[in-house]
Design a protein around this ligand. Structure first.
Ligand code: THU
Length: 134
């Protein structure tokens, strides 16, 4: 599947976003290294902090199905500006992204740019930084 097709899926699923508070609808579509496709939307809550972003919804669906490696993810919204994953989502993408994972960031007219996690999350805190030594 090419970048444009994955992005199309992100735009399609955006229609399912549950965003009654912000009215900012986001859709995400990802491909795992096994070639499986998962989509997600932002799911808001009256207790705003309980909101889940579209990117994490898609990642958590994939991981729940036993998928552990993400090859690429596309993100779509209604914004005239390109939107990028939030900080928390970048950290979650780091956990499950293949090295060189493509992050396809778009604006509402379908224009997009492709980034790597090195671009979006330099000097990241990684699992290898965790030492359980006293
Ligand atoms: N949101 C996402 O779903 N993904 C992003 O990349 C940015 C923000 C959602 C969270 C919230 O529901 C709304 O957009 C406004 O922040």
């Amino acid at each position: 599947m090419d970048e444009k097709e994955l992005l199309k899926r992100a735009f399609e699923v955006k229609e399912n976003a549950y965003a009654p508070y912000s009215k900012f609808r986001v859709g995400a579509a990802l491909l795992t290294s096994n070639g499986r496709l998962y989509t997600g939307v932002n799911v808001e809550n009256a207790s705003f902090g309980a909101t889940n972003c579209a990117e994490r919804t898609a990642v958590f669906k994939a991981v729940s199905d036993g998928e552990r490696k993400i090859a690429e993810i596309a993100i779509a919204s209604d914004s005239e500006e390109i939107i990028y994953p939030c900080g928390i989502c970048r950290q979650v993408l780091l956990e499950f992204g293949e090295p060189g994972m493509k992050i396809i960031c778009s604006r509402n007219n379908g224009e997009y740019k492709v980034y790597s996690l090195d671009d979006l999350l330099p000097n990241a805190f990684k699992s290898i930084n965790i030492r359980n030594e006293k």
